[in-house]
Design a binder for this molecule. Structure first.
Ligand code: GLU
Length: 304
């Protein structure tokens, strides 16, 4: 048996001492006040054993990590029709760039850049009766935790400052790739990004991606092909314009968010969530990435 607890405890100890923790995202004002010293890891293995260290049970804003959960929900609802409206190529651009969207006639490069996630949000708004409530319910069920909530302050903070997301949504609308109205879709999108979860809840919610679509309780949410596709997208597009670097250093499919969270997984083996709010210049958690690199190096286990 691999000594996961020992490995993550050592990673956390080294992270606490590391003085260069990156920079907190301040473009969403409500996120700017988070303590940069927070650091947590939670790992769940395929036999449902849990390993936790540091601030793993403290909630934080999951931001773009939510894009995988919204993609999973919409993929389950509409199947491959999804790919008529969103492509599956890495963008090589930062998450909020719009130039490619115009060049490619309103078809976002992938579901994890903001424009792609806004189209996914549009699909959920069209298909769910009470979109925000039903999506929250979906996430609570995946994580088997009814306490998960939206942070309304974060959602409002982003609504007030999300000028680029308004620009993206309007551009999508002008190309006919947004069915519902801009404000309704963005209200949903800002809420999904404002989900507050801790590392344990995140690792639990992502368990389906390492377990052929089945959650920890054995219920099936996605089929094997859908899981394959979502994991492929995480590997190629999950880290903004640093997806290549993450694959190179860590070698796992995963997704980051500007709240400092990262979730990554090794199919059939483990699922792990890290939280360290300081970001590198590409917007990925600096120490979270380093922690995952250390984990795959120490265990010798990556998808490669
Ligand atoms: N809600 C953020 C935005 O749309 C998400 C950014 C991120 O985590 O990548 O700007």
């Amino acid at each position: 048996m691999i000594g996961y607890q020992n490995i993550i405890d050592n990673i956390a100890k080294a992270a606490k001492k590391n003085k260069d923790k990156g920079k907190i995202a301040s473009y969403i004002p409500e996120l700017a006040s988070i303590d940069i010293n927070k650091f947590g890891i939670h790992l769940i293995d395929a036999d449902n054993n849990n390993f936790s260290t540091g601030d793993a049970l403290e909630g934080f804003s999951i931001q773009s990590v939510s894009k995988v959960l919204s993609l999973a929900h919409s993929f389950g609802l509409v199947g491959n029709d999804l790919w008529k409206r969103i492509d599956v190529e890495p963008s090589g651009d930062p998450f909020n760039h719009l130039s490619l969207l115009e060049l490619e006639n309103g078809i976002p490069r992938n579901p994890f850049i903001n424009a792609g996630a806004i189209v996914v949000a549009d699909i959920l708004v069209s298909h769910l009766k009470n979109p925000k409530k039903d999506f929250l319910n979906f996430v609570q069920k995946l994580a088997n935790d009814k306490t998960i909530r939206y942070n309304e302050k974060v959602a409002l903070s982003e609504k007030k400052t999300g000028f680029r997301n308004y620009a993206a949504a309007n551009l999508l609308k002008s190309y006919g790739n947004l069915i519902n109205d801009v404000d309704t879709v963005l209200d949903f999108y800002f809420h999904q990004c404002a989900l507050e979860m801790n590392c344990k809840q995140l690792a639990s919610a992502f368990f389906i991606f390492m377990n052929h679509g089945k959650c920890q309780r054995g219920k099936s949410y996605l089929n094997i092909n859908q899981v394959k596709r979502i994991n492929a997208l995480m590997l190629t597009c999950g880290f903004y314009d640093e997806a290549g670097e993450f694959a190179f250093e860590v070698g796992l499919p995963g997704k980051s968010g500007v709240g400092g969270g990262i979730v990554a997984l090794l199919p059939n083996t483990y699922c792990i969530a890290t939280w360290s709010p300081g970001l590198n210049p590409k917007g990925n958690s600096k120490l979270g990435m380093a922690a995952l690199e250390e984990l795959t190096t120490r265990t010798g286990h990556s998808i490669f």
